[in-house]
Ligand binder design. Structure first.
Ligand code: FAD
Length: 318
């Protein structure tokens, strides 16, 4: 069995789950065998399980009050138990903050090798092979792990979301879950009507060239809201306190792979490119024709944001 632990929120499968399915399909039948299986953990997740069945050969569902909120020990116990029972030879977990928290625990429970943050997945003989960034994303290294079962986390935004492929069977599973040792005493969920970066098909990102926090609101948020896009920021902008870290795209922020990435006043430093370079179309507006962002841009406008973006917003209104 190839086991993928589904990520979901708000009653819907997260895009990261479809990315994990693509990663798993890259090795399925090529050294790692057995049915592609999605494990859905949570409470009131029937809708998620039905959606998951469109992407996997089978869906295992644990719909339990004990799984209402994420807990690393319970998630690790559940994934390890199912992997053992199903004789999984590969366990794929999202490279989200929570995924990277519990995945090593799964590996320990299974006495399995652990490959973190894969941006590519393959096989080499009996080994699972992963590519991942290192040295500030200036180097891509290839790592291999042999073993009856290998645990992998997949860096969000690194694989294209899988297309649906039929209708898998759904099965309820029983789990032997530990009592939680950490109590969640409060949760502040950011309220925004804007699409989340990791889910957005179009992203408008502002860099230092935008000029000020006020301009960021007018130009970047203004354009994003007009076209229904997510909002991203460079580290320069986040470090300056203009925008929250949650919006940072790049090596030390989020990795994204939207259909279109619109970069306003972004120079295109290598640490930024490593987070968005795989976007399908990259559009850049920068007043410096030599800015590195133009080397990766599909469409570029050399000019001043203060003149071009208001015109774009006006055009989008029409
Ligand atoms: P700048 O490099 O200052 O570029 C601003 C651009 O705006 C320039 O190209 C300029 O020509 C243009 N401009 C100025 N005015 C206008 C105007 N009126 N109209 C049009 N264009 C204009 N960076 C990230 O983004 N994400 C990361 O995750 C990240 N991680 C890092 C990790 C490490 C370890 C290190 C060392 C650095 C990291 N960085 C990261 C920082 C990165 O190296 C760059 O410093 C940063 O991306 C630059 O941000 P910027 O493009 O907004 O600013």
């Amino acid at each position: 069995m190839i086991l993928i632990v589904a990520e979901h929120a708000g009653g819907k499968l997260a895009k990261s789950t479809l990315e994990m399915v693509t990663a798993a399909r890259d090795v399925a039948g090529a050294g790692r065998e057995g049915p592609l299986t999605l494990l859905v953990l949570g409470q009131n997740v029937a809708g998620v399980a039905t959606e998951a069945a469109r992407y996997a050969e089978q869906v295992l569902v644990a719909d339990l009050p004990e799984l209402a909120a994420y807990d690393p020990e319970r998630w690790a116990a559940a994934a390890a138990q199912i992997a053992q029972e199903g004789e999984a030879n590969l366990v794929v977990i999202g490279g989200s903050r929570s995924g990277r928290e519990y995945a090593p625990r799964v590996a320990v429970k299974l006495d399995a090798p652990y490959l973190e943050d894969a941006i590519r997945l393959g096989v080499s003989g009996a080994a699972v092979q992963a590519q991942r960034y290192t040295y500030l994303a200036r180097v891509t290294e290839t790592v291999e792990a042999e073993g009856g079962v290998v645990v992998v986390t997949v860096k969000p935004g690194s694989f294209a979301p899988a297309p649906a492929a039929g209708a898998g069977e759904q099965y309820d599973v029983e789990l032997d879950l530990p009592a939680p040792r950490v109590e969640v005493t409060g949760r502040n969920v950011e309220k925004t009507s804007r699409v989340a970066l990791s889910e957005a098909d179009v992203i408008v990102t502002g860099g230092r060239g935008v000029g000020s926090p006020e301009n960021f609101s007018t130009y970047v948020e203004g354009l994003a809201d007009r076209i229904g896009a997510g909002v991203g920021a460079t580290r320069a902008v986040v470090d300056a306190g203009w925008r929250p870290y949650a919006e940072q795209v790049g090596q030390t922020g989020k990795t994204v792979q939207p259909g279109a990435y619109i970069a306003l006043g972004v120079s295109g430093a290598v640490q930024h490119l490593s987070g968005m370079g795989k976007s399908k179309y990259i559009v850049a507006i920068n007043k410096d024709a030599e800015a590195p962002i133009f080397k990766v841009a599909d469409y570029g406008i050399v000019g001043d944001i203060n003149q071009i973006v208001p015109a774009l917003i006006e055009a989008a209104k029409k």
